[in-house]
Design a protein. Structure first.
Length: 283
């Protein structure tokens, strides 16, 4: 089990995960249905944590498990302006969205930020001698259109620090289905397009890397194109008035040059998260 405890990761995780209310609260904002007529008045906090697992690198058949602290502001309905849960959405550590345009004639749009974990050459035998890929901050934007219970969205993610000067376009169709007053199921299908710089950094093998490769990898020119298709499913569950549980599971299948890369151990990629928060009022 790996816990990211460096100062940088702690600061980034804390700042980004202040926005996680939309994810951990989903669409189940408290409306006093458990007996408190003034449950939404004032300001509340959700405090808790989450455990996530993901491949050690894109294409790895091994996984890292890491913990995420959660401190989430939750503004009540007595406020005239929409609260944090209405404007911020946490899709992942690399995809935190702020909705400047929120369901205006069905549209939503705004900027996004995030943090990308890189890759170390000791993360897998096939990476020996290839060098490390640095972590970095991500900036970008998104636009989506909501039609009844479906949301189609497109987002752009560009790494602006570290040694990767590349970007991705993500396309997806998602839906939320309330199955009771306490449980909401979510689902999403999508695909990711990556540019030349991103593909070269994570899936390419240069002449110098080939010469240094401990696994004797041949040169490989990974070009821009669709790199994966993916499927996500999850649930947001109210465990009572104050406690809330979220589960999320993602399956991704590498395709194109990403799948053909010699650094790939498996094309099938799995990741997931389990989070728990407790809600209390700030007096």
């Amino acid at each position: 089990m790996q816990f990211h405890s460096s100062v940088l990761c702690h600061v980034v995780s804390t700042c980004l995960l202040l926005a996680a209310s939309a994810w951990l609260q989903g669409a189940t904002a408290d409306d006093g249905k458990y007996g408190d007529a003034n449950a939404n008045d004032g300001v509340h906090l959700r405090v808790g944590g989450a455990l996530s697992f993901r491949p050690k690198y894109e294409g790895s058949d091994e996984h890292d498990v890491y913990g995420i602290p959660l401190i989430i502001p939750d503004f009540g309905s007595s406020y005239r302006l929409p609260g944090v849960a209405d404007r911020l959405e946490f899709r992942g550590i690399d995809d935190v969205r702020f909705k400047l345009l929120n369901r205006y004639y069905g549209f939503e749009a705004g900027p996004l930020v995030g943090y990308a974990f890189g890759r170390d050459e000791d993360d897998g035998d096939l990476l020996d001698g290839l060098g490390d890929v640095d972590d970095g901050f991500i900036v970008g934007g998104f636009i989506g259109y909501r039609w009844y219970g479906l949301l189609f969205d497109v987002s752009y993610h560009h790494q602006v620090t570290g040694d990767v000067d590349g970007g991705q376009l993500r396309f997806g169709l998602s839906s939320k289905v309330p199955v009771s007053d306490r449980v909401i199921l979510t689902g999403r299908v999508g695909a990711t397009y990556a540019d030349d710089d991103y593909m070269a950094a994570y899936f390419g093998v240069s002449e110098a890397q080939s010469n240094n490769s401990g696994a004797n990898l041949a040169e490989f020119d990974a070009e821009a194109g669709f790199k994966d298709i993916h499927l996500e499913t999850g649930a947001t569950i109210d465990l009572g008035y104050n406690w809330q549980l979220l589960t999320k599971l993602r399956y991704s299948r590498l395709i194109g040059d990403a799948a053909d890369s010699p650094v790939i151990e498996t094309e099938d990629q799995f990741s997931g998260t389990v989070g728990l928060t407790y809600r209390f009022r700030v007096r």
